[in-house]
Design a protein around this ligand. Structure first.
Ligand SMILES: NC(=O)c1ccc[n+]([C@@H]2O[C@H](COP(=O)([O-])OP(=O)(O)OC[C@H]3O[C@@H](n4cnc5c(N)ncnc54)[C@H](OP(=O)(O)O)[C@@H]3O)[C@@H](O)[C@H]2O)c1
Length: 317
């Protein structure tokens, strides 16, 4: 299958590129001007450097493909960037998919859009609605937390410092998924387009882990005693209220305010399916996929068998 992959330089995009190549797909990878895909992936890959704009003309020279995968994501989550990437760039990709009559559009989304409070979540949902309305068959993959998001305290814990928790560290949970397993899930779904649009929440192999459990696992792995420091998630609100007046005059501060909202969200919400009837997160009901466990990943990091994933702008610690 000839596949257009957008976001091929991202954390999940790189894994999807590798998985597509391993499955023998013919790949057209879109990257921003000056960017390149990992040089350790081999196969029929055409890399096209392009600025994805809201205008359709940038797609005119693209070769026709059978399917489109979007792993695009705003790197900052700032409102303007989120609109530009999560909505407008994806809309351009969809217009391309409609023009070439693509058999399938696969969108990497996030499970957190179930409770949309943040700019980037609302932009993702706006685009998901376009996909629903399109004639192109679509799969929306709403993933839970990536391993990358759960390694930020690795060095501090290894150095003997306490693991930082919000509140008790027991009020949220997720089913961490590796980049490799998520990529395998995406590529598996690619070749089986649905009739219309399907939304697939997905986590890694269970059980769901709370931050307490993640911290305990990390300390055990690096051979440190399990000690914690608890922080109030409200601290993000306090800082936000303090700097909010300045946001009237500065876009940088407005973006910082949004970052604080994002941080509060992840400190207080689980990355699991939300049960609307029971008004709670449902660990049991959150589908699982793959074999890579967070414990195994921590062990490989500690042994130096894998390198620390590049941390995004969303990183807190
Ligand atoms: N972190 C988590 O735990 C988690 C959990 C569930 C779901 N998700 C979702 O998973 C998705 C992807 O995450 P990720 O970690 O793979 O993202 P990422 O590493 O930040 O990669 C983002 C990709 O989008 C590209 N991109 C960003 N801005 C662009 C622009 N203006 N024009 C063209 N390309 C642009 C980046 O290109 P450059 O390399 O050139 O910047 C990169 O290829 C996001 O939708 C996220 O919300 C994340």
């Amino acid at each position: 299958m000839r596949v257009l992959l957008a976001g091929a330089t991202g954390y999940i995009g790189q894994a999807v590129l590798r998985e597509l190549a391993e499955h023998g797909h013919d790949i057209v990878a879109l990257v921003r001007p000056g960017r390149a895909v990992s040089d350790d992936v081999t196969g029929p890959i055409a890399v096209i450097e392009v600025e994805i704009t809201p205008h359709a003309d940038w797609t005119l020279d693209l070769p026709e493909t059978d399917a489109v995968i979007s792993c695009l994501a705003s790197r900052s989550g700032a409102p303007d960037d989120a609109r530009h990437v999560e909505f407008e760039a994806n809309r351009s990709l969809l217009e391309y998919a409609e023009r070439v009559d693509a058999q399938h559009f696969v969108l990497l989304s996030a499970i957190c859009v179930q409770i949309p409070r943040l700019a980037f979540q609302r932009e993702k949902l706006r685009f998901e609605a376009l996909l629903e309305a399109s004639k192109v068959p679509a799969t929306i993959v709403r993933a839970t937390a990536f391993f990358r998001s759960l390694v930020g305290q690795f060095e501090r814990v290894r150095a003997g410092k306490p693991f930082l928790l919000f509140s008790s560290g027991n009020t949220t949970a997720c089913k961490p998924i590796s980049d490799r397993d998520l990529a395998a899930f995406i590529v598996q779904k690619l070749t089986a387009p649905p009739e219309g649009t399907q939304v697939l929440p997905i986590g890694g192999p269970g059980p769901a882990l709370t931050p307490q459990e993640q911290g305990r696992l990390l300390c055990e792995t690096v051979g440190q005693p399990f000690q914690t420091t608890s922080l109030p998630p409200e601290m993000f609100d306090w800082i936000r209220w303090l700097i909010s007046p300045l946001a009237l005059f500065s876009r940088r501060i407005r973006d910082r305010v949004e970052f604080l909202r994002i941080a509060k969200f992840y400190a207080t919400e689980s990355m699991l399916c939300w049960d609307e009837a029971l008004q709670r997160y449902d660990a049991q009901g959150t589908p699982e996929f793959g074999e890579d466990t967070l414990a195994g990943f921590y062990a490989k990091l500690h042994a130096g068998e894998v390198s620390m994933p590049e941390r995004g702008e969303h990183s807190l610690f």
